[in-house]
Write a protein of this length. Structure first.
Lengths: 255, 185, 185
């Protein structure tokens, strides 16, 4: 039972695919509410990813972070999110909508691929080749060309440094959101004390939040896995606007 | 002038690979406007024929009518492996409908690093990388090979091409300002 | 029946050498009488076009219209003179250092499809294709003329030959062990 379940998660290429499938399973539209509803499911999938390559886990965790924000806001609308956090929520909705468009279009492309092919005329010049060198073909140029070919050979899939940095910073974000939630609960407790009749629903809500906090711990375990990634080599050229404290960089480099 | 499209057809027949309108204009010693007219006229003459013009960006080439596909497989004793897998299909779909598109944009939509799948598709000759006139990051676009595999003679023959492209563009304004942000996973 | 000549045209388009009516009849699953009719009808439709049917005894093939011959010469001549660019140099360097090498290996090393550039290099007598004793796919190697032009008597005289060859062979080993994995982004 367990193994078939894992195989099922493993079949998700990336976080968008998983997220969209969770939303569609519940026949929901893509919006903040539906995202918050599937957050728990998503996180429990991520929890089971531990056996997968770090790079793949990292992709799932990055999206998990945004879902956590969405869920936090749905549980505690009073919670203060930074501008960047709010932006990342909007981004996720947008990305998921884009992903759905291309995935749906992909289904039709697959049908086309299964259909007839347009063939090209094969190259066939049965003439004897006339030796016509290119004057750039010197020993020196050929040697430098092969050096750059070798330099450009793809390396094994190594997690880009920017991704590791980003994932490590998510740990910070989770710590901070945990704090903010704890604080919110306290304030809303004191606000609510004295209101009779609402106690049971309130208690229920607190239970949900506590369960959610426990879930955050699980995500952190995934982050630890990623931050332990040893092969540090920048293969991405993307820039990243993520700002990170020197401590985290140091910590990441030491791991 | 009357036989410009005749010469154009002969040139494309001999060339057997994609050629840009600019190159054609050079060879035929007419301007690009003349090439466009000749292409339009040839396209019309080829309608319902066994051969047709395939267009991709600025370039054109000749290919066979899709309805002959099965017979050709038999005569060439060749069958193409057109299976792309899910990651390939997703990526190809982005490249077709958003072309020219950067890796960052592809990563942004897919939520994963597309480095390997992009390389794989390039090795198969289904997409190609072209220099970005506005920046450092390369752009990806579909190849003739990809269009041929799908049996279409241009991207605009893809189902709902305009609608899909428009709906993707609706998000464009916002995603562009964030290039290099979240997507750079 | 109406589109028999369409399919015939497509078949002749991809068949770059003469083919007998009998063979055509076989592939098109009609009798020779049907082929003759289709040929007559195609001949009519091709009149005034850039491509025409050439008949030689029982065999037929497609060829270009004579009035295009001047332009075609120009396009063929250009193939011999144009600058092969970075792609050319890169591909030649791989053929030199890893000879004999298959197209698949070259594609994998370069990360792009090398179909057209290999053609160009062959047309110019810089590399040649030889049968592969161990498989279907042909092997590419430099021509003697190229080595002589570069002033070396064998590939092993190229600088760092052993080291470069080792790195290329190593890459092959890694990709092979991970093949299938490489596509999964």
């Amino acid at each position: 039972m367990e193994s078939t379940y894992i195989a099922k998660i493993g079949s998700f290429e990336g976080p968008m695919e998983l997220l969209l499938s969770l939303i569609e399973k519940r026949k929901l539209f893509i919006n903040e509410i539906s995202l918050s509803e599937v957050t728990d499911d998503y996180l429990s999938h991520v929890r089971r990813l531990n056996d997968f390559p770090i790079a793949r886990i990292a992709n799932f965790i990055i999206v998990a972070a945004t879902l956590i924000l969405i869920k936090s806001r749905s549980l505690l609308p009073e919670i203060n999110l930074t501008e960047e956090e709010t932006e990342s929520i909007g981004d996720l909705e947008k990305r998921l909508s884009l992903y759905k468009i291309v995935r749906d279009a992909g289904v039709r492309l697959k049908e086309l691929l299964a259909g007839p092919t347009i063939w090209e005329r094969p190259y066939a010049r049965n003439k004897i080749p006339i030796f016509s060198p290119d004057e750039s073909f010197t020993v020196e140029n050929v040697h430098s060309a092969i050096q750059s070919v070798i330099a450009n050979l793809p390396k094994k899939e190594i997690l880009p440094k920017v991704t590791v940095k980003k994932v490590v910073s998510i740990e910070e974000m989770i710590n901070s959101i945990t704090e903010r939630i704890a604080k919110e609960i306290k304030t809303s407790f004191s606000k609510l004390s004295g209101h009779t009749g609402e106690a049971s629903t309130h208690e229920n809500k607190v239970n949900i939040i506590v369960g959610f906090l426990a879930m955050l711990e699980l995500v952190k375990q995934g982050i630890i896995l990623v931050s332990q990634e040893k092969h540090f080599e920048d293969i991405g050229i993307e820039t990243n606007r993520l700002s990170l404290g020197a401590d985290n960089l140091q910590q990441a480099a030491n791991n | 002038m009357q036989n410009t499209d005749t010469i154009l057809e002969a040139l494309l027949f001999v060339k057997t690979e994609p050629i840009s309108r600019k190159k054609l204009a050079e060879f035929m010693k007419i301007d690009e406007n003349g090439i466009n007219k000749a292409l339009a006229s040839l396209k019309e003459k080829l309608s319902g024929r066994g051969v047709r013009i395939i267009e991709n960006g600025d370039s054109v080439m000749l290919g066979t009518a899709p309805e002959a596909s099965g017979f050709i497989e038999a005569i060439l004793k060749e069958e193409l492996n057109k299976d792309l897998g899910r990651a390939g299909l997703e990526t190809v779909s982005i490249v077709l409908f958003k072309s020219p598109v950067t890796k960052t944009e592809i990563d942004f939509i897919r939520g994963v690093n597309s480095q390997f799948i992009l390389r794989n598709l390039m090795v198969r000759g289904l997409i190609e990388r072209v220099p970005n006139p506005n920046g450092r990051s390369s752009l990806y676009q579909p190849t003739f090979e990809l269009l041929r595999y799908m049996g279409v003679s241009g991207v605009d023959e893809l189902p709902d091409y305009k609608a899909v492209r428009d709906s993707l563009d609706n998000f464009k304004a916002t995603t562009e300002s964030e290039e290099g942000g979240i997507g750079a996973a």
